[in-house]
Ligand binder design. Structure first.
Ligand code: NAD
Length: 479
Protein backbone atom coordinates (compact mmCIF):
# COMPACT_ATOMS: atom_id res chain seq x y z
CA UNK A 1 0.00 0.00 0.00
CA UNK A 2 1.37 3.42 -0.91
CA UNK A 3 1.45 6.08 1.75
CA UNK A 4 0.70 9.79 1.45
CA UNK A 5 1.22 12.80 3.64
CA UNK A 6 -1.72 14.09 5.70
CA UNK A 7 -1.74 17.87 5.44
CA UNK A 8 -4.54 20.31 6.22
CA UNK A 9 -6.93 17.44 6.84
CA UNK A 10 -6.43 15.65 3.52
CA UNK A 11 -4.09 13.04 2.09
CA UNK A 12 -1.76 14.36 -0.57
CA UNK A 13 1.22 13.27 -2.62
CA UNK A 14 4.57 14.81 -1.71
CA UNK A 15 5.76 17.80 -3.70
CA UNK A 16 9.20 16.18 -3.60
CA UNK A 17 7.88 13.39 -5.87
CA UNK A 18 10.45 11.21 -4.13
CA UNK A 19 9.63 7.84 -2.52
CA UNK A 20 11.30 5.20 -0.41
CA UNK A 21 10.55 1.48 -0.23
CA UNK A 22 8.59 0.09 2.69
CA UNK A 23 9.64 -3.46 3.62
CA UNK A 24 7.70 -6.18 5.38
CA UNK A 25 10.26 -7.50 7.91
CA UNK A 26 8.51 -10.89 8.12
CA UNK A 27 9.40 -11.77 4.53
CA UNK A 28 11.81 -9.08 3.34
CA UNK A 29 9.46 -8.00 0.54
CA UNK A 30 8.77 -4.37 -0.43
CA UNK A 31 5.05 -3.88 0.02
CA UNK A 32 4.63 -0.16 -0.49
CA UNK A 33 6.15 3.23 -1.07
CA UNK A 34 6.53 6.05 1.43
CA UNK A 35 7.00 9.72 0.50
CA UNK A 36 10.39 11.21 1.17
CA UNK A 37 9.08 14.72 1.82
CA UNK A 38 11.30 17.74 1.35
CA UNK A 39 11.45 21.29 2.75
CA UNK A 40 8.58 22.39 0.45
CA UNK A 41 6.34 19.64 1.88
CA UNK A 42 7.26 20.72 5.40
CA UNK A 43 6.61 24.34 4.41
CA UNK A 44 3.02 23.61 3.27
CA UNK A 45 2.45 21.55 6.41
CA UNK A 46 3.67 24.53 8.40
CA UNK A 47 1.29 26.90 6.60
CA UNK A 48 -1.63 24.59 7.35
CA UNK A 49 -0.65 24.28 11.00
CA UNK A 50 -0.01 27.97 11.39
CA UNK A 51 -3.41 28.89 9.91
CA UNK A 52 -5.16 26.42 12.19
CA UNK A 53 -3.40 27.65 15.33
CA UNK A 54 -5.41 30.84 15.81
CA UNK A 55 -8.67 29.01 16.17
CA UNK A 56 -7.39 25.77 17.80
CA UNK A 57 -5.53 27.63 20.55
CA UNK A 58 -8.82 29.35 21.45
CA UNK A 59 -10.93 26.20 21.25
CA UNK A 60 -12.41 25.38 24.66
CA UNK A 61 -10.76 22.69 26.72
CA UNK A 62 -14.02 20.78 26.75
CA UNK A 63 -14.11 20.69 22.96
CA UNK A 64 -10.44 19.71 22.62
CA UNK A 65 -10.99 17.00 25.20
CA UNK A 66 -14.07 15.72 23.38
CA UNK A 67 -12.16 15.39 20.09
CA UNK A 68 -9.17 13.64 21.67
CA UNK A 69 -11.42 11.14 23.38
CA UNK A 70 -13.25 10.57 20.10
CA UNK A 71 -9.91 9.77 18.40
CA UNK A 72 -9.22 7.31 21.22
CA UNK A 73 -12.59 5.62 20.72
CA UNK A 74 -12.11 5.34 16.97
CA UNK A 75 -8.69 3.77 17.47
CA UNK A 76 -10.26 1.23 19.81
CA UNK A 77 -13.01 0.53 17.30
CA UNK A 78 -10.32 -0.09 14.65
CA UNK A 79 -8.05 -2.13 16.92
CA UNK A 80 -7.78 -5.17 14.67
CA UNK A 81 -7.00 -3.21 11.54
CA UNK A 82 -4.38 -1.03 13.24
CA UNK A 83 -2.77 -3.95 15.10
CA UNK A 84 -2.41 -5.96 11.92
CA UNK A 85 -0.95 -2.97 10.06
CA UNK A 86 1.53 -2.37 12.90
CA UNK A 87 2.56 -6.02 13.01
CA UNK A 88 3.13 -6.19 9.25
CA UNK A 89 5.03 -2.90 9.16
CA UNK A 90 7.25 -3.54 12.18
CA UNK A 91 7.59 -7.32 12.46
CA UNK A 92 6.27 -7.39 16.04
CA UNK A 93 3.93 -10.23 17.04
CA UNK A 94 0.31 -9.38 16.26
CA UNK A 95 -0.56 -10.39 19.83
CA UNK A 96 1.72 -7.61 21.14
CA UNK A 97 0.37 -4.97 18.76
CA UNK A 98 -3.17 -5.98 19.76
CA UNK A 99 -2.58 -6.05 23.51
CA UNK A 100 -0.05 -3.22 23.94
CA UNK A 101 0.72 -0.92 21.01
CA UNK A 102 -2.69 0.09 19.73
CA UNK A 103 -4.51 0.12 23.11
CA UNK A 104 -1.74 2.37 24.43
CA UNK A 105 -2.03 4.72 21.44
CA UNK A 106 -5.76 5.00 22.24
CA UNK A 107 -4.95 5.57 25.94
CA UNK A 108 -2.56 8.37 25.03
CA UNK A 109 -5.40 10.35 23.43
CA UNK A 110 -7.87 9.53 26.19
CA UNK A 111 -5.37 10.34 28.93
CA UNK A 112 -4.41 13.77 27.55
CA UNK A 113 -8.02 14.49 26.61
CA UNK A 114 -8.78 14.17 30.31
CA UNK A 115 -5.53 15.66 31.64
CA UNK A 116 -6.02 18.97 29.81
CA UNK A 117 -9.24 19.59 31.70
CA UNK A 118 -7.30 19.30 34.99
CA UNK A 119 -4.19 21.25 33.99
CA UNK A 120 -3.91 24.34 36.17
CA UNK A 121 -1.38 27.13 36.55
CA UNK A 122 0.04 28.81 39.63
CA UNK A 123 -0.77 32.03 41.39
CA UNK A 124 1.31 33.83 44.01
CA UNK A 125 0.03 36.58 46.26
CA UNK A 126 2.88 39.00 47.00
CA UNK A 127 1.86 39.64 50.58
CA UNK A 128 2.59 43.16 51.85
CA UNK A 129 3.17 44.51 48.33
CA UNK A 130 -0.47 44.68 47.32
CA UNK A 131 0.21 42.58 44.26
CA UNK A 132 -0.86 39.27 42.88
CA UNK A 133 0.93 37.14 40.31
CA UNK A 134 -0.63 34.50 38.18
CA UNK A 135 0.83 32.36 35.44
CA UNK A 136 -0.71 31.79 32.05
CA UNK A 137 0.19 28.52 30.34
CA UNK A 138 -0.10 29.32 26.65
CA UNK A 139 0.41 26.95 23.74
CA UNK A 140 3.68 27.42 21.86
CA UNK A 141 2.31 27.57 18.29
CA UNK A 142 3.45 25.05 15.68
CA UNK A 143 5.55 22.24 17.13
CA UNK A 144 7.40 19.26 15.64
CA UNK A 145 7.13 15.65 16.82
CA UNK A 146 9.59 13.02 15.56
CA UNK A 147 9.36 9.38 16.62
CA UNK A 148 11.20 6.04 16.14
CA UNK A 149 10.21 2.64 14.72
CA UNK A 150 10.13 0.36 17.76
CA UNK A 151 6.69 1.31 19.15
CA UNK A 152 5.44 3.21 16.11
CA UNK A 153 1.93 4.46 16.88
CA UNK A 154 2.42 4.21 20.66
CA UNK A 155 5.29 6.73 20.71
CA UNK A 156 3.98 8.88 17.84
CA UNK A 157 0.72 9.55 19.71
CA UNK A 158 2.51 9.95 23.07
CA UNK A 159 3.82 13.24 21.65
CA UNK A 160 0.95 14.34 19.44
CA UNK A 161 -1.78 13.92 22.07
CA UNK A 162 -0.32 16.31 24.70
CA UNK A 163 0.79 18.76 21.99
CA UNK A 164 -2.69 19.22 20.54
CA UNK A 165 -4.42 18.93 23.92
CA UNK A 166 -2.40 21.96 25.03
CA UNK A 167 -3.61 23.95 22.00
CA UNK A 168 -0.63 23.62 19.67
CA UNK A 169 -0.73 22.61 16.02
CA UNK A 170 1.61 19.83 15.02
CA UNK A 171 3.89 18.68 12.23
CA UNK A 172 4.68 15.06 12.99
CA UNK A 173 7.01 12.60 11.33
CA UNK A 174 6.96 8.90 12.13
CA UNK A 175 9.97 6.71 11.41
CA UNK A 176 10.41 6.03 7.70
CA UNK A 177 10.93 2.38 8.69
CA UNK A 178 7.38 2.04 10.12
CA UNK A 179 5.10 4.73 8.61
CA UNK A 180 1.89 2.72 8.18
CA UNK A 181 -0.16 3.32 11.34
CA UNK A 182 0.79 7.01 11.39
CA UNK A 183 -0.59 7.16 7.84
CA UNK A 184 -3.84 5.49 8.94
CA UNK A 185 -4.17 7.87 11.90
CA UNK A 186 -4.94 10.77 9.55
CA UNK A 187 -8.28 9.29 8.53
CA UNK A 188 -9.21 8.66 12.18
CA UNK A 189 -8.47 12.29 13.06
CA UNK A 190 -10.66 13.53 10.21
CA UNK A 191 -13.51 11.24 11.32
CA UNK A 192 -13.16 12.44 14.90
CA UNK A 193 -13.65 16.02 13.74
CA UNK A 194 -10.14 17.30 14.45
CA UNK A 195 -10.10 20.62 12.60
CA UNK A 196 -7.94 20.63 9.48
CA UNK A 197 -4.34 21.71 9.97
CA UNK A 198 -4.20 20.88 13.70
CA UNK A 199 -2.25 17.69 12.96
CA UNK A 200 -0.12 17.34 9.85
CA UNK A 201 1.75 14.11 9.20
CA UNK A 202 4.71 14.23 6.85
CA UNK A 203 6.69 11.15 5.92
CA UNK A 204 10.29 10.68 4.94
CA UNK A 205 13.88 10.09 5.90
CA UNK A 206 15.34 11.66 9.01
CA UNK A 207 18.03 13.37 7.02
CA UNK A 208 15.54 15.04 4.63
CA UNK A 209 12.08 15.37 6.22
CA UNK A 210 13.22 15.23 9.86
CA UNK A 211 16.01 17.69 9.20
CA UNK A 212 13.57 20.06 7.42
CA UNK A 213 11.27 20.05 10.48
CA UNK A 214 14.12 20.72 12.90
CA UNK A 215 15.55 23.47 10.68
CA UNK A 216 12.23 25.26 10.12
CA UNK A 217 12.73 28.64 11.78
CA UNK A 218 9.11 29.02 12.94
CA UNK A 219 8.57 25.59 14.46
CA UNK A 220 8.81 26.45 18.12
CA UNK A 221 9.63 23.14 19.76
CA UNK A 222 10.86 19.68 18.86
CA UNK A 223 9.77 16.62 20.78
CA UNK A 224 12.05 13.80 19.67
CA UNK A 225 12.39 10.12 20.55
CA UNK A 226 15.17 8.11 18.95
CA UNK A 227 18.86 7.37 19.14
CA UNK A 228 21.34 9.36 21.23
CA UNK A 229 23.48 10.37 18.23
CA UNK A 230 20.41 11.69 16.38
CA UNK A 231 19.32 13.56 19.52
CA UNK A 232 22.73 15.23 19.79
CA UNK A 233 22.54 16.26 16.12
CA UNK A 234 19.01 17.69 16.57
CA UNK A 235 20.16 19.64 19.63
CA UNK A 236 23.03 21.17 17.61
CA UNK A 237 20.64 22.30 14.85
CA UNK A 238 17.83 23.51 17.11
CA UNK A 239 19.76 25.19 19.94
CA UNK A 240 20.90 28.31 18.01
CA UNK A 241 17.24 28.95 17.13
CA UNK A 242 16.32 28.64 20.86
CA UNK A 243 13.74 25.96 20.20
CA UNK A 244 12.31 24.12 23.15
CA UNK A 245 13.63 20.55 23.07
CA UNK A 246 12.48 17.30 24.60
CA UNK A 247 14.83 14.42 23.85
CA UNK A 248 14.05 10.79 24.73
CA UNK A 249 17.11 8.81 23.71
CA UNK A 250 18.85 5.46 23.94
CA UNK A 251 19.25 3.17 26.92
CA UNK A 252 21.30 0.26 28.19
CA UNK A 253 19.38 -0.61 31.27
CA UNK A 254 20.53 -2.68 34.24
CA UNK A 255 18.36 -5.44 35.67
CA UNK A 256 19.69 -6.12 39.20
CA UNK A 257 18.57 -9.34 40.81
CA UNK A 258 19.07 -10.13 44.52
CA UNK A 259 18.66 -13.55 46.10
CA UNK A 260 15.88 -12.29 48.40
CA UNK A 261 13.49 -11.52 45.52
CA UNK A 262 10.32 -13.36 44.61
CA UNK A 263 12.18 -15.73 42.28
CA UNK A 264 9.39 -17.00 40.01
CA UNK A 265 7.92 -13.55 39.32
CA UNK A 266 11.42 -12.23 38.69
CA UNK A 267 12.24 -15.02 36.25
CA UNK A 268 9.05 -14.64 34.26
CA UNK A 269 9.34 -10.85 34.15
CA UNK A 270 13.02 -10.97 33.23
CA UNK A 271 12.23 -13.06 30.15
CA UNK A 272 9.79 -10.32 29.14
CA UNK A 273 12.02 -7.37 30.05
CA UNK A 274 14.79 -8.96 27.98
CA UNK A 275 12.93 -10.00 24.84
CA UNK A 276 9.56 -8.26 24.52
CA UNK A 277 9.22 -6.73 21.06
CA UNK A 278 12.40 -8.63 20.03
CA UNK A 279 14.29 -6.64 22.68
CA UNK A 280 13.56 -3.47 20.72
CA UNK A 281 12.19 -1.40 23.60
CA UNK A 282 14.32 1.40 24.99
CA UNK A 283 13.35 0.16 28.49
CA UNK A 284 14.45 -3.46 28.05
CA UNK A 285 16.89 -4.61 30.73
CA UNK A 286 19.80 -5.70 28.58
CA UNK A 287 22.47 -5.90 31.32
CA UNK A 288 21.43 -8.51 33.88
CA UNK A 289 23.40 -8.53 37.14
CA UNK A 290 22.64 -11.44 39.47
CA UNK A 291 23.69 -11.90 43.11
CA UNK A 292 26.30 -14.65 43.18
CA UNK A 293 24.34 -16.83 45.63
CA UNK A 294 21.68 -17.55 42.98
CA UNK A 295 23.73 -16.93 39.84
CA UNK A 296 24.14 -20.56 38.68
CA UNK A 297 20.50 -21.39 39.37
CA UNK A 298 19.32 -18.26 37.55
CA UNK A 299 21.60 -18.97 34.60
CA UNK A 300 20.19 -22.47 34.17
CA UNK A 301 16.53 -21.50 34.64
CA UNK A 302 16.72 -18.36 32.52
CA UNK A 303 18.43 -20.05 29.57
CA UNK A 304 15.94 -22.89 29.73
CA UNK A 305 13.01 -20.44 29.54
CA UNK A 306 14.57 -18.38 26.76
CA UNK A 307 15.10 -21.52 24.68
CA UNK A 308 11.34 -22.12 24.85
CA UNK A 309 10.51 -18.79 23.18
CA UNK A 310 9.17 -19.41 19.73
CA UNK A 311 10.60 -17.32 16.91
CA UNK A 312 7.99 -17.12 14.19
CA UNK A 313 5.93 -15.16 11.72
CA UNK A 314 4.49 -12.07 13.45
CA UNK A 315 0.91 -12.89 12.45
CA UNK A 316 1.14 -16.44 13.84
CA UNK A 317 -0.67 -16.52 17.20
CA UNK A 318 1.91 -18.89 18.73
CA UNK A 319 4.84 -16.54 18.01
CA UNK A 320 6.73 -15.04 20.96
CA UNK A 321 9.54 -13.41 18.99
CA UNK A 322 8.70 -11.86 15.63
CA UNK A 323 11.02 -10.36 13.04
CA UNK A 324 13.53 -7.58 13.67
CA UNK A 325 12.49 -4.34 12.07
CA UNK A 326 14.89 -4.22 9.10
CA UNK A 327 17.78 -5.96 7.42
CA UNK A 328 20.36 -3.30 8.41
CA UNK A 329 19.14 -3.57 12.00
CA UNK A 330 19.39 -7.38 11.97
CA UNK A 331 22.95 -7.05 10.66
CA UNK A 332 23.82 -4.53 13.36
CA UNK A 333 22.49 -6.77 16.14
CA UNK A 334 24.26 -9.84 14.71
CA UNK A 335 27.52 -7.90 14.49
CA UNK A 336 27.31 -7.13 18.23
CA UNK A 337 27.00 -10.84 19.02
CA UNK A 338 30.23 -11.40 17.09
CA UNK A 339 31.95 -8.53 18.89
CA UNK A 340 30.82 -9.94 22.26
CA UNK A 341 32.36 -13.31 21.39
CA UNK A 342 35.58 -11.68 20.25
CA UNK A 343 35.76 -9.85 23.57
CA UNK A 344 35.45 -13.07 25.58
CA UNK A 345 31.65 -13.33 26.00
CA UNK A 346 30.19 -16.84 26.16
CA UNK A 347 26.99 -17.46 24.23
CA UNK A 348 24.64 -19.49 26.43
CA UNK A 349 21.82 -19.66 23.89
CA UNK A 350 20.74 -18.14 20.58
CA UNK A 351 23.28 -16.14 18.66
CA UNK A 352 22.15 -17.25 15.25
CA UNK A 353 19.89 -15.94 12.55
CA UNK A 354 17.02 -18.33 11.98
CA UNK A 355 14.77 -18.96 9.04
CA UNK A 356 11.04 -19.29 9.44
CA UNK A 357 9.61 -21.80 7.00
CA UNK A 358 7.94 -20.07 4.07
CA UNK A 359 9.46 -16.70 5.05
CA UNK A 360 13.14 -17.39 4.43
CA UNK A 361 13.98 -13.76 3.63
CA UNK A 362 12.52 -12.38 6.88
CA UNK A 363 14.73 -10.80 9.55
CA UNK A 364 14.70 -13.38 12.34
CA UNK A 365 17.17 -13.90 15.16
CA UNK A 366 17.16 -16.34 18.09
CA UNK A 367 16.88 -14.64 21.49
CA UNK A 368 20.43 -14.57 22.76
CA UNK A 369 21.95 -14.74 26.25
CA UNK A 370 25.64 -13.97 26.64
CA UNK A 371 27.67 -14.48 29.81
CA UNK A 372 30.23 -11.71 30.20
CA UNK A 373 33.21 -11.29 32.54
CA UNK A 374 33.03 -7.53 33.03
CA UNK A 375 30.89 -4.50 32.42
CA UNK A 376 33.40 -2.68 30.25
CA UNK A 377 32.98 -4.88 27.14
CA UNK A 378 31.24 -3.32 24.12
CA UNK A 379 28.14 -5.50 24.46
CA UNK A 380 27.60 -4.05 27.95
CA UNK A 381 28.43 -0.45 27.10
CA UNK A 382 26.72 0.08 23.74
CA UNK A 383 23.04 -0.02 22.88
CA UNK A 384 22.25 -3.09 20.75
CA UNK A 385 18.45 -2.70 20.74
CA UNK A 386 17.69 -6.31 19.83
CA UNK A 387 17.00 -9.74 21.38
CA UNK A 388 20.38 -9.90 23.13
CA UNK A 389 21.10 -9.69 26.87
CA UNK A 390 24.17 -10.29 28.97
CA UNK A 391 24.40 -11.81 32.43
CA UNK A 392 27.12 -11.55 35.06
CA UNK A 393 27.34 -12.14 38.83
CA UNK A 394 27.99 -9.65 41.67
CA UNK A 395 28.59 -10.15 45.37
CA UNK A 396 27.80 -6.90 47.24
CA UNK A 397 25.23 -4.09 47.00
CA UNK A 398 28.04 -1.64 46.44
CA UNK A 399 29.36 -3.62 43.50
CA UNK A 400 25.87 -3.94 41.96
CA UNK A 401 25.34 -0.18 42.18
CA UNK A 402 28.71 0.54 40.67
CA UNK A 403 28.03 -1.83 37.74
CA UNK A 404 24.55 -0.39 37.16
CA UNK A 405 25.82 3.21 37.07
CA UNK A 406 29.00 2.53 35.11
CA UNK A 407 27.50 3.49 31.73
CA UNK A 408 26.86 6.66 29.74
CA UNK A 409 23.12 5.94 29.54
CA UNK A 410 20.55 6.54 32.29
CA UNK A 411 17.06 5.66 31.10
CA UNK A 412 15.69 3.00 33.44
CA UNK A 413 16.73 0.33 35.94
CA UNK A 414 14.98 -2.69 37.40
CA UNK A 415 15.68 -3.95 40.91
CA UNK A 416 14.57 -7.29 42.32
CA UNK A 417 14.65 -7.43 46.14
CA UNK A 418 12.35 -7.57 49.14
CA UNK A 419 14.69 -5.52 51.33
CA UNK A 420 13.26 -2.06 52.01
CA UNK A 421 16.54 -0.39 52.97
CA UNK A 422 18.19 -1.69 49.84
CA UNK A 423 15.21 -0.55 47.75
CA UNK A 424 15.54 2.98 49.07
CA UNK A 425 19.31 3.09 48.76
CA UNK A 426 19.21 1.91 45.14
CA UNK A 427 16.28 4.18 44.29
CA UNK A 428 18.24 7.19 45.50
CA UNK A 429 21.57 6.23 43.93
CA UNK A 430 20.71 4.72 40.55
CA UNK A 431 21.50 7.32 37.86
CA UNK A 432 18.35 6.77 35.80
CA UNK A 433 15.08 8.57 35.12
CA UNK A 434 12.98 5.53 36.02
CA UNK A 435 13.45 2.75 38.60
CA UNK A 436 11.19 -0.30 38.68
CA UNK A 437 11.25 -2.39 41.84
CA UNK A 438 9.91 -5.96 41.58
CA UNK A 439 8.23 -5.18 38.27
CA UNK A 440 9.03 -3.94 34.77
CA UNK A 441 7.27 -1.52 32.45
CA UNK A 442 4.35 -0.98 34.75
CA UNK A 443 3.21 2.39 33.45
CA UNK A 444 1.03 5.09 34.98
CA UNK A 445 0.70 7.84 32.39
CA UNK A 446 0.71 10.56 35.07
CA UNK A 447 4.33 9.88 36.02
CA UNK A 448 7.37 11.72 34.61
CA UNK A 449 8.97 9.64 31.87
CA UNK A 450 12.48 10.13 30.53
CA UNK A 451 16.16 9.56 30.94
CA UNK A 452 19.22 10.93 32.72
CA UNK A 453 22.77 11.22 31.34
CA UNK A 454 22.91 10.46 27.59
CA UNK A 455 19.40 8.98 27.64
CA UNK A 456 17.78 12.34 27.25
CA UNK A 457 16.73 15.79 28.33
CA UNK A 458 13.33 16.62 29.76
CA UNK A 459 10.40 14.48 30.76
CA UNK A 460 7.24 13.33 29.00
CA UNK A 461 4.08 12.06 30.64
CA UNK A 462 1.29 13.67 32.65
CA UNK A 463 1.54 17.38 33.38
CA UNK A 464 5.27 17.31 32.48
CA UNK A 465 4.26 16.91 28.82
CA UNK A 466 1.64 19.67 29.08
CA UNK A 467 4.26 21.93 30.68
CA UNK A 468 6.66 21.20 27.82
CA UNK A 469 4.05 22.08 25.22
CA UNK A 470 3.13 25.40 26.88
CA UNK A 471 4.98 28.62 27.61
CA UNK A 472 4.52 29.97 31.13
CA UNK A 473 3.85 33.70 31.25
CA UNK A 474 3.71 35.46 34.61
CA UNK A 475 1.30 38.35 35.05
CA UNK A 476 1.87 40.67 38.03
CA UNK A 477 -1.05 42.94 39.03
CA UNK A 478 -0.58 45.69 41.60
CA UNK A 479 -3.72 46.74 43.40
P1 NAD B 1 16.76 7.25 15.02
O1 NAD B 1 17.43 8.25 15.89
O2 NAD B 1 17.53 6.69 13.89
O3 NAD B 1 15.44 7.85 14.38
C1 NAD B 1 14.39 8.36 15.14
C2 NAD B 1 13.60 9.34 14.32
O4 NAD B 1 14.42 10.45 14.02
C3 NAD B 1 13.13 8.79 12.98
O5 NAD B 1 11.86 9.30 12.68
C4 NAD B 1 14.17 9.35 12.02
O6 NAD B 1 13.71 9.46 10.70
C5 NAD B 1 14.42 10.71 12.64
N1 NAD B 1 15.71 11.32 12.27
C6 NAD B 1 16.87 10.71 11.93
N2 NAD B 1 17.80 11.65 11.62
C7 NAD B 1 17.23 12.86 11.79
C8 NAD B 1 17.68 14.19 11.62
N3 NAD B 1 18.91 14.49 11.20
N4 NAD B 1 16.82 15.20 11.91
C9 NAD B 1 15.57 14.94 12.33
N5 NAD B 1 15.08 13.69 12.48
C10 NAD B 1 15.90 12.66 12.22
O7 NAD B 1 16.25 6.11 15.99
P2 NAD B 1 15.53 4.76 15.59
O8 NAD B 1 16.56 3.83 15.04
O9 NAD B 1 14.31 5.05 14.81
O10 NAD B 1 15.04 4.25 17.03
C11 NAD B 1 15.82 3.52 17.91
C12 NAD B 1 16.37 4.42 18.99
O11 NAD B 1 15.31 5.07 19.68
C13 NAD B 1 17.09 3.63 20.06
O12 NAD B 1 18.27 4.30 20.39
C14 NAD B 1 16.14 3.65 21.24
O13 NAD B 1 16.72 3.51 22.51
C15 NAD B 1 15.51 4.98 21.08
N6 NAD B 1 14.24 5.03 21.80
C16 NAD B 1 14.17 5.79 22.94
C17 NAD B 1 12.99 5.85 23.67
C18 NAD B 1 12.88 6.67 24.92
O14 NAD B 1 11.75 6.88 25.37
N7 NAD B 1 13.95 7.14 25.50
C19 NAD B 1 11.88 5.13 23.22
C20 NAD B 1 11.99 4.37 22.06
C21 NAD B 1 13.17 4.34 21.35
Amino acid sequence: MNIQNYINGVYRLPLSNDYIDNYNPANGIVYGKTPNSNTEDVAIAFEAANSAFKSWSKTTLEERSRILIKISELLEANLERFAKAESIDNGKPLSLATSIDIPRAASNFRFFGNAITQFASESHESVGLNAVNFTLRQPLGVVGCISPWNLPLYLFTWKIAPAIAAGNCVIAKPSEVTPMTAYLLGEICTKAGLPKGVLNIVHGLGTTTGQAIVEHPNIKAISFTGGTATGAHIARVAAPMFKKLSLELGGKNPNIIFADCDYDTMLETTVRSSFANQGQICLCGSRIFVEEKIYEKFKKDFVQKVKQLKVGHPLDVSTNIGALVSKPHLEKVASYIKIAEDEGGRILCGGIEVTVKGFENGYYLQPTVIEVQNNSCSINQEEVFGPVVTIMPFTTDKEALRLANDIKYGLSATLWTNNLNRTMQFSQTLQTGIVWVNTWMLRDLRTPFGGAKESGVGREGGFEALRFFTEPKNICIKY
